[in-house]
Design a protein around this ligand. Structure first.
Ligand code: B12
Length: 215
């Protein structure tokens, strides 16, 4: 199979919620030497995005998304495990989680894996995380950066509350913050006063490096 065929089939397998086919394609793609991130970005992620679109127009219902998400989770685990292991340590400590009320964590898991693969110390606090918990964890581990993910327009507000809580506790200058998630934009980051916004995991690495350089 060519690379393009794998990407196409990968997308189809997610849309069809075919976990077996999806895992087979993930393994095959990696064995063929396709870059893990490219495999996600051009194969599986367009698949899950398509699922979102079908849901939006009423062509797919919640049980369908759940099945597709399960298939997505499986391939994410396989592909993440194939990311090259970290070579340097001590580049920066990052606490990352999905905000309160939000259980979407596929994207966050990809971000966590890529940060780890790039040598960062990552503290993944999971999903549906109460806002104070982000700060507690950052204080506990002595983080440099706090990253938050939000996939619902209603839960994006948690990212704003994080900024507010940091200010209230006099800790705003101690940490850099980065926000992400499908509905999140640079404009939102500017509006709430976050230090950075990232479009995807690779952009996240770039932005975090920049934040750490700036000090
Ligand atoms: C899979 C999915 C689910 C799965 C989640 C499984 C899981 N373990 O994550 C399940 C079925 C559980 C689910 C549930 C729901 N979902 Co849903 N879901 C999706 C779907 C189809 C895909 C999300 C996804 O995984 N995308 C792939 C990943 C790779 O992309 P990503 O998350 O954006 O992450 C990338 C970047 O954004 C960035 N990034 C993300 N976070 C961060 C953080 C940092 C720090 C950085 C640097 C970068 C970064 O990097 C990532 C990698 O490139 C989306 C559609 C969509 N297009 O987003 C709907 C969607 C988000 N869901 C939606 C809805 C409505 C729901 C439900 C309310 C449905 C319901 N009626 O119950 C519930 C909500 C549950 C809750 N309280 O959270 C709506 C949201 C609408 C809105 N305006 O808010 C969407 C947009 C679907 C739609 N079109 O209507 N969902």
């Amino acid at each position: 199979m060519t690379k393009e065929e794998i990407f196409e089939e990968a997308q189809k397998a997610i849309v069809e919620s075919d976990a077996n086919r999806a895992t087979e394609l993930a393994e095959r793609g990696l064995a063929q030497g396709i870059d893990p991130l490219e495999l996600m970005n051009r194969g599986f992620i367009p698949g899950i995005n398509k699922v979102g679109e079908l849901f939006e127009v009423g062509k797919l219902f919640l049980p369908g998304i759940i099945l597709a998400a399960e298939a997505m989770q499986k391939v994410t685990d396989i592909v993440n495990a194939a990311l090259p292991t970290e070579i340097e340590k001590g580049k920066g400590k990052i606490v990352i989680g999905t905000v309160e009320g939000d259980i979407h964590d596929i994207g966050k898991t990809i971000v966590v894996a890529l940060f780890k693969a790039n040598g960062f110390d990552v503290y993944d606090i999971g999903r549906d995380v109460p806002i104070p918990r982000f700060i507690e964890e950052a204080e506990r581990v002595g983080a440099d950066i706090i990253g938050s993910s939000a996939l619902l327009t209603t839960t994006m507000d948690g990212q704003k509350r994080l900024e507010e809580e940091l200010k209230k506790s006099g800790l705003r200058d101690k940490y850099k913050t980065i926000v992400g998630g499908a509905p999140v934009t640079q404009r939102w980051a500017d509006r709430i006063g976050a230090d950075a916004y990232a479009e995807d995991a690779a952009d996240g690495i770039k932005k975090v490096r920049h934040l750490l350089e700036k000090g």
